[in-house]
Each structure stands twice: as C-alpha cells, then as structure tokens.
Write a protein that binds this ligand. Structure first.
Ligand code: CA
Length: 443
C-alpha cells in the first residue's frame, strides 16, 4: 500500500480555485496502486460526504480494470456490485477481446439475477459495470450503465463510453446539454444496468492504446460532481496515476461528495510498439547477417576451389617458373605458391613470350604448365642449334676465305646450357638472374 499523502504532497491542487479536500486516511476509503512493464495505475474509492456506505466496487487486476456502481437500497447495491466484480474477475478474457469482455459483463448480470433469486441482497438490486482490458496497443472496453471510461491522450480528454441513462438520451436528442444533464433531477435514472433483465447486453468495443495514454474509469460520483473539463484539467496536471485518482476524488468531495466516488487511473507506460519494432528490426538484421555470411562463405568456397584448380607460368626473377593458384593477392595474402622453378632464362625466349610471362600465363592444369615449360626448353634448344649451325657455316666459310670479317663465332652463338629434367623444386639457375624487366617474385 502506498502512502497517498506522498502523492498529494507532489501534486498540484486538485480543483483549481477551490480548497481541495484531503482524501487520505478517510474512513472506508480504499486504494490500490501498482505497475508493470506496460502500465502504471492508481485508484481510490470513497463513500463521499453524504451516503452512509459505499455501494461502489472496483477491480484492479492488471491488465483488467473495472468499476461497478451498485444501486438498490438497503445495502443491496453493494451486494450487486460485489457479485459483478467477483464474476467479471473470474470470467475475464486473457486478451484484449472486447466481445469476451462484453460477455463477461453479461455473465455478471446473470450471476446477480441468479443469486438475487436465491436470496442474496434484495429484489431490484443492480449495478453498472465499466471495464477496460489493456493489452499492448489495444484496449477492449465493456460497458453498461452510467459509470464512465475516459481517455486522456496528448492533453485532451475524450469520453469513450456512452451513459445508459435517461439524461444521456435527452442529451442525444438535443433537448438538454451535458452540463444540464449533470444537475438534472432525473440524472440518476439508469436505462440499462446489471441485475434485472436476463436479456441485457453490454456495449463492447476496441480502442487503440498508445504510450502516454491515461485512462480513467470512474463512477458517477465523480462525473456527476465535476465537469469533464475539470476532470481533464486534473488528469493533465497530476503526475502519477495514484495522484490523479486522489486529486479527482478530492475534487468530487470538495464539490460536496454527494455520492460514492470511485476512480481508477491507468497510464500506458509502453504500448509495446517500439519494442515490437526493435524486435522486428533485430530479426531482419539477423536474417540479413545470416544471408551475407552464407554468401561470403559460398564466395570464399568458390574462390578457394578456383585457386586450388588454377596454375600459371610466370617470370621468377628472370627464370621461368610454374605456380599453383592465381597470380594476385587477397587482403594482402598471396594466392599462389611456387611449384616448379626452372633454369630457363626468360631473356632466351621471344620478346612476346617474355611480356606474357611478366604478367603470368594461365594454365588449365599442372600438366599443361609442364608441357609449356618443355616447349620453351625445346624452342631455346632449337634456336641454339640453329645459331650453332649458322656459326659453324660461317666458320667454315671464314676458314676457306680467310678471317677478314673480324667476327668471332663466340660473339654470335650462345653456348648451349645444360638442361636439367623439370622435376618439382628444381634448383635455382646457375646462370644467375638477368637484369631485364622481369625481376619480381610471384611467390
Ligand atoms: Ca453512484
């Protein structure tokens, strides 16, 4: 139980222009306050300043809130409202289903009639019932009689329920104003209530609930004593739901407290929409992250397979070499390994081949790469043989004609090189590295 005085200390005066009447510690007053992660609520029921006992009953069982205003004389009204609250609590839907909430109020009607027939209370006892069940961003409302449910949204109070009263019918017909209805001599004549008609039906409907909404459920002991404008002013200026309930009851008492007055105030702390949105965004992000990870793994797998099945022949510091992989880098890592080094000098090959080797020549397989190496070797050997033959012919010619040309055969013919077999990891070429453009390491 909270200390109502602590709220009053922090709240502004309940009825501007009047001395507000304290509501705490009054005999027979009842409060229930509390909160959960979606809602925060406060409530107060007071016998008023005229009646001898309180025939109002209320239910605070979040997310269900209900006010019943009993009638029937000889204390029977409080029997009817107690039966109604008990039945509504027992039959309340688990979700914001207004049809079920309406059916629940109709069950309370049946219960009052049945138990009245069994002798409880007195004949003709009855009550009103105004119930709201708030679930996330929806609220189900069930309603019979002249208790009321108001919704304060963005500083504006609207009445959600329609009174089942004679004066409300006059207002609807345009014969009197709502303010005239509040002081009309027949203002307490109810046209629909629980407890007398087995065919009675309850109004029920669904409204949106939004974070920041303040919902007020009250008996006519409030709405009959102060205007809707005053209810709005107090509801807007009260910081907490309990403070608002206390200030509203205080205002009704200050105006005379002619009737029992019961007020429940519920604040929608979170309608769950932002939370749902966050969860949806989180789910979408997880799906995208999963899809991207899958694509990345797939691409890496494909890339690995491509690298594993690729070969190329290239210039390795002036000699021809076979590499396994792709001539390039990924994230700073080389994508190939030197597989076979040869002593074939790049400079011994034709200019076009030298340029291709500088860039690397892709091969379909290691076997194809080895065949290419063999063909280079054969090509060089053939060129050397041709040169040797040309030199020999030139020497023979110079032998018969005399050495007047001044050109020695060794200037024209490169000496044949030893040709090792092309096994893996051949030793580095004994001839050293030429100083031409092919000086980079592909490994
Ligand atoms: Ca009343």
């Amino acid at each position: 139980m909270i200390n109502p005085l602590s709220h009053l200390a922090a709240e502004p005066p309940s009825a501007p222009g009047h001395d507000s009447m304290p509501v705490a510690n009054r005999a027979g007053s009842d409060t229930v306050t509390g909160s959960n992660k979606r809602l925060r609520w406060g409530s107060r029921s007071d016998v008023g300043l005229v009646r001898g006992h309180n025939e109002d009953a209320f239910l605070v069982d979040a997310p269900l809130f209900c006010v019943c205003d009993g009638m029937g004389g000889q204390a029977a009204g409080e029997v009817a409202s107690a039966i109604a609250i008990e039945t509504i609590a027992a039959h309340a839907p688990l979700h914001a289903d207004d049809t079920l909430l309406g059916a629940c109020i109709e069950a309370a009607n049946d219960a009052i009639i049945e138990r009245g027939a069994l002798g409880e209370g007195s004949p003709g006892m009855g009550c009103t019932a105004s119930a709201v069940l708030i679930e996330d961003d929806k609220m189900a409302i069930g309603h019979v009689g002249d208790s009321r449910i108001y919704l304060l949204r963005a500083g504006t109070l609207v009445r959600a329920t329609h009174d089942h009263s004679f004066v409300e019918e006059l207002v609807d017909a345009g014969e009197i104003t709502p303010e005239e209805a509040r002081v009309h001599p027949s203002r307490s004549v109810i046209t629909r209530a629980l407890g007398n008609d087995p065919e009675m039906y309850a109004d029920h409907f669904l409204l949106d609930a939004e974070t920041g909404d303040r919902i007020i459920v009250c008996s006519d002991g409030l709405s009959g004593m102060i205007t809707d404008a005053e209810i709005e002013a107090i509801a807007v200026s009260s910081a907490t739901p309990q403070g608002a309930a206390d200030n509203l009851v205080s205002a009704a008492l200050t105006e005379g407290g002619h009737d029992n007055v019961t007020v429940i105030v519920i604040d929608v702390v979170s309608d769950g929409v932002a939370e749902k949105r966050r969860r949806a965004i989180g789910r979408r992000a997880a799906i995208w992250a999963g899809a991207l990870a899958f694509i990345l793994v797939l691409l890496l797998g494909i890339g690995y397979a491509v690298v594993q099945n690729s070969w190329y022949v290239a210039d390795n510091n002036g000699t021809v070499a076979i590499y396994h992989g792709i001539n390039g880098e990924f994230l700073g890592f080389g994508l190939s390994d030197l597989t076979v080094a040869t002593n074939i000098r790049v400079s011994d090959l034709p200019e076009a081949t030298q340029q291709s080797l500088a860039a690397g020549i892709s091969m379909g397989s290691e076997e194809q790469a080895r065949e290419t190496i063999d063909s280079y070797r054969a090509q060089i050997q053939e060129a050397q043989a041709q040169a040797a033959q040309v030199a020999a012919e030139a020497q023979a010619q110079s032998g018969t004609e005399g050495a007047e040309s001044g050109v020695t055969p060794s200037d024209a013919v490169a000496s044949p090189e030893p040709e090792p077999t092309n096994t893996a990891q051949e030793p580095a070429p004994a001839q050293g590295v030429t100083d031409d453009e092919a000086g980079r390491d592909h490994g």
